[in-house]
Design a protein around this ligand. Structure first.
Ligand SMILES: Nc1nc2c(c(=O)[nH]1)N[C@H]1C(S)=C(S)[C@@H](COP(=O)(O)OP(=O)(O)OC[C@H]3O[C@@H](n4cnc5c(=O)[nH]c(N)nc54)[C@H](O)[C@@H]3O)O[C@H]1N2
Ligand SMILES: Nc1nc2c(c(=O)[nH]1)N[C@H]1C(S)=C(S)[C@@H](COP(=O)(O)OP(=O)(O)OC[C@H]3O[C@@H](n4cnc5c(=O)[nH]c(N)nc54)[C@H](O)[C@@H]3O)O[C@H]1N2
Ligand SMILES: [Mo]
Length: 760
């Protein structure tokens, strides 16, 4: 029986006699397979697959035209490849490698060889370089903050306290943002098993009390041991500071841990007590900001100090204005509780975000394709995409340094969907008109493909051989070619090989390996790495024949266990070697949007700043029915649409005040844009908060006009393109105020329609 895998898990593809995928049946090694498998047949055989190379008609004629509005001309592969090779060569010759934006952020597909973004980065590095992108949308604020506080990013990317340790040892699990079951369906690179939901269930069965601090009730299990603490979005830092202040006022701080393992508490303590700013951070102070009653805050602090406690936060908390602060405050609170390094104690980020968090991290043996390093030093934080296109040559601050945006003339994207992922899409749509050339590889006619000059049809994973692996999952899974590519679609690696040959870098790009040889080489490298850690992987042929391999890994020690025992021997990679509750480095940057210790900085957009015009805080969570924009054509996503649009959850109070009932069409708008969604009225969200998941395909009513209404419920026409701070320059997508109203009629259009084509 054949086997395959995606970011959503491993499965057994079932194929009809005429070569179509009819079902993706769960892999028998997965105890909790994702329902998203039900969307695969509809997605892989969707009408909107890109079948042939296509070129924007006006660009082909040498005219500017308008990206997103002009029709396309289908051309033969050779012609398309010549056009792209010429544009790359010309851009390099006239403007240098930094004029090519090739960071190409995005999840691409699972499978470690045919990872489109990585292959593109490798290709452009062989060509002489490109402007890259640094950090990510997922945890960009943490990515820059944590090295200053902890010495590295392992609290997000490495081993965290395991579900088993939590079940065995933890009395109170304080989860800021809960642990959404909808999110743990996926893991970047693919998972063999889904262990997170079951892990949390074991924790609850073992008697651990879970506190879900969240504007949304439903993102934690419905279980008697779970308490919902509703909170205003963006206010967690105030809550955390008040919890610390309560511990301080009640002699409940573990002063020994703080003295041995941290630095800078004098500065933090003076701030908590109001000595440095005149504001005592009491539970009463936080109650007014958070909406959490002071007595609830005090009781929570008492509970946390009374037993073994683990404090967690979802990544969403730091995708907000000043998103660095709640993370720093979580670390400070856990330091005050003094249980960092003990089983089931301390803190961790990302439970409930992706499948593998809470499992055993594997620091070796993951097959991966290693791209050649980018010889060009030009790189820009991912979330500054529109700024970079709009403001070439302008200076910006980033993590203590000053940089300048390069002058980008050619944008090359493979494996990402910026018209899904970026904020303020109307602004991006304007910025996107500026470069001379935009090249996109895509399996589907996504909004980003429609905004390109040259669209090259890419295969999906089911149409090629690959290996799925993630360092957070114990499985390696063979992804066996199951289907023939539709139309003239080619693998990204084949497209780039053809371009490399035209540009005289064929040998550098392929290193003389075809796909089969490259896959084998990748596996052999992982096998050597695993052997170095005492783990024997089967030969490639044996692995491929069986189709999967499960690593048997010993239970890991709690993170920071050595450090806790001996902070001077097991120093952290911070300047002090300890946890920095005050960072002289960060303080020295002089950023008022990210001072030297965890600080309450009121956001510009939150309920505390709501106006009559924009009274609702819009959260844009990850969609439970797809992966970002991927699989939106599938059955699972389609079944969840309301009135043919993305569902928007509004609180009962806000719905009643506006005469909104289930199934209404809603107009959600602010000064940046407008989108149409389907109403779902709920008792499980805080009044004043609405939810519109990401991933509905950006469908402007009139793509030839700036800021035309978006018809399908894409929240990114509303979000603000502002950074978390100058420290991280990360996305602040969760900080946005809107108005929501019912409309009686609204235009509709198929978001997955093909673009217009004309003859060449
Ligand atoms: N408002 C708001 N916006 C957000 C977020 C939020 O919370 N709120 N979250 C952000 C986060 S955390 C993330 S990670 C981003 C995600 O943003 P992206 O990663 O850009 O989103 P995807 O839809 O996964 O885009 C992947 C693209 O790759 C294409 N693709 C798949 N397989 C292949 C292949 O083999 N070859 C090629 N060439 N292409 C392929 C898919 O069709 C798809 O268009 O969104 C961010 N945007
Ligand atoms: N099915 C599915 N799963 C996914 C993805 C997907 O597209 N589909 N995307 C994946 C990716 S790329 C990423 S980065 C992760 C992201 O994972 P997360 O960042 O965890 O995702 P979200 O769904 O945005 O938010 C998680 C929870 O945080 C809560 N929250 C939001 N703002 C606040 C706040 O201010 N305070 C508090 N206390 N809680 C808040 C939300 O209500 C929600 O319950 O998800 C991954 N998992
Ligand atoms: Mo993400």
């Amino acid at each position: 029986m054949t086997i395959h895998a995606g970011h959503w898990g491993a499965y057994r593809p079932r194929v009809s006699d005429d070569g179509r995928l009819v079902a993706a049946e769960p892999f028998e090694g997965d105890a909790d397979p994702s329902p998203l498998l039900g969307s695969l047949p509809g997605a892989v055989h969707a009408r909107n697959r890109v079948l042939r190379p296509a070129v924007r008609a006006s660009w082909l004629r040498g005219e500017r035209g308008r990206r997103g509005a002009d029709p396309f001309v289908e051309v033969p592969w050779d012609h398309a490849l010549d056009l792209v090779a010429d544009a790359l060569a010309r851009t390099h010759a006239d403007h240098g490698p930094q004029a090519v934006l090739g960071g190409s952020y995005g999840w691409s597909s699972a499978g470690r060889l045919h990872h489109a973004k990585t292959q593109l980065n490798h290709f452009l590095a062989c060509l002489g370089g490109y402007t890259g992108q640094v950090s990510n949308y997922s945890y960009g604020a943490a990515d820059r903050l944590l090295p200053h506080v902890l010495g590295d990013t392992a609290a997000v990317t490495g081993q965290l306290p395991t579900w088993d340790d939590v079940a065995a040892a933890t009395d109170t699990l304080l989860m800021l943002g809960g642990a959404p079951a909808k999110n743990v369906q996926v893991e970047s690179g693919g998972t063999g098993e889904h262990a997170a939901r079951l892990g949390l269930a074991r924790v609850l069965d073992a008697g651990t009390r879970v506190v879900n601090v969240n504007p949304v009730r439903t993102d934690a299990p419905d279980h008697p041991a779970v308490t919902w603490v509703p909170i205003r979005p963006g206010a967690d830092t105030a809550l955390l500071l008040a919890l610390m202040r309560w511990l301080d006022a009640h002699d409940a701080v573990d002063e020994d841990f703080v003295a041995r393992c941290t630095t800078g508490d004098d500065r933090l303590r003076a701030y908590l007590r109001g000595r440095s700013d005149g504001v005592d951070k009491t539970p009463e102070w936080a109650a007014a900001l958070t909406g959490v009653p002071a007595a609830t805050i005090a009781a929570l602090a008492r509970r946390l100090a009374a037993g073994r406690s683990l404090v967690t936060a979802t990544w969403a908390l730091q995708r907000a204005e000043h998103g660095e602060q709640p993370y720093w405050a979580v670390i400070a609170l856990a330091s005050y509780l003094g249980q960092i390094g003990l089983p089931g104690g301390g803190f961790g980020f990302g439970y409930g975000c992706v499948a593998g968090v809470g499992g055993t991290y594997r620091p070796f043996g993951t097959p991966a394709f290693h791209p050649r390093p980018n010889p060009c030093r030009s790189r820009v934080p991912v979330a500054r995409l529109a700024d970079l296109l709009l403001h070439p040559g302008e200076e910006y601050a980033f993590d203590g340094a000053t940089h300048r945006y390069p002058d980008v003339r050619l944008v090359y994207w493979a494996g990402g969907n910026p018209f899904h992922h970026h904020q303020d899409l109307n602004r991006l749509a304007r910025a996107w008109q500026r470069p001379e050339t935009v090249v996109v590889h895509e399996p589907w006619w996504t909004p980003t493909a429609r905004m390109a000059d040259v669209v090259l049809p890419a295969t999906t994973t089911l149409e090629r051989d690959d290996i799925a692996a993630s360092s957070r999952d114990p499985w390696l899974v063979a992804m066996k070619r199951t289907l023939d590519p539709p139309g003239e679609a080619r693998h990204d690696r084949a497209i780039l090989t053809a371009l490399a040959e035209r540009l005289g870098i064929g040998a550098e790009y392929t290193v003389g390996r075809d796909d089969a040889a490259a896959l084998r080489a990748m596996y052999e490298q992982a096998r050597r790495s695993a052997a170095g850690h005492g783990h024997a992987l089967p030969s490639f042929d044996a692995f491929w024949a069986v189709g999967h391999h499960r690593y048997d890994l010993p239970a890991p020690p709690p993170p920071f266990a050595d450090f806790r025992r001996s902070p001077s021997r097991a120093r952290l990679a911070t300047p002090s070697g300890r946890i920095e509750l005050f960072s002289a480095t960060v303080d020295g940057f002089g950023y008022d949007d990210c001072p030297g210790h965890p600080t309450w900085l009121p956001p510009a957009s939150w309920l505390g700043a709501a106006t009559e015009r924009h009274p609702i805080h819009l959260l844009s969570p990850q969609p439970g029915t797809r992966l970002h924009s991927q699989l939106d054509m599938g059955a699972v996503s389609a079944a969840a649409k309301v009135a043919g649009r993305e569902p928007c959850v509004v609180s009962r109070a806000d719905a009643d005040a506006r005469g909104i009932t289930d199934g209404d069409v809603l107009r959600v708008w602010n000064d940046r844009g407008e989108t149409h969604a389907g109403a779902v009225v709920s008792d499980d969200v805080v009044p004043g908060v609405a939810l519109l998941a990401t991933g509905a395909w950006y469908t402007p009513l009139d793509p030839s006009r700036d800021g035309s209404p978006e018809l399908h419920g894409n929240p990114n026409v509303l979000t603000a393109d502002v950074p978390t701070s100058r420290l991280a320059q990360a996305t602040a997508a969760q900080s946005v105020l809107v108005q929501v109203e019912r409309v009686t009629s609204a235009p509709h259009r198929d978001p997955h329609a093909l673009p217009a084509f004309v003859d060449g």
